[in-house]
Design a protein. Structure first.
Length: 95
């Protein structure tokens, strides 16, 4: 599964924490009750440790090309970052 397949709509995306459960409580991305993830949380859920570095490189290249930014976590958590922008990034990076 790719991150864009996990984050199929805005209700599955979260900012400022890796993942939350149905009550909005922060949980680890792999926890069975997680229902919303940030990009990094999605990366941890969808990819093995061996795949993470490659996918992160793809994300960083796309982030720089599309948005002129170099810090994924900071960009993801900014108030001005929209779910549409997140989807654009994930699809561009094929992540």
């Amino acid at each position: 599964m790719k991150i864009y397949e996990l984050l199929t709509d805005e209700s599955k995306w979260v900012q400022r924490t890796y993942a939350v459960d149905g009550n909005g409580k922060p949980v680890t991305p792999l926890y069975r009750t997680a229902v919303r993830w940030c990009i990094i949380g999605g990366l941890r859920k969808c990819y093995s440790l061996w795949e993470e570095a490659k996918v992160m490189q793809q994300l960083m290249r796309s982030l720089l090309r599309l948005f002129g930014r170099t810090n994924l976590s900071r960009w993801q958590d900014e108030f001005t970052t929209t779910f549409a922008m997140v989807q654009q990034l994930l699809r561009d990076a094929d992540a």
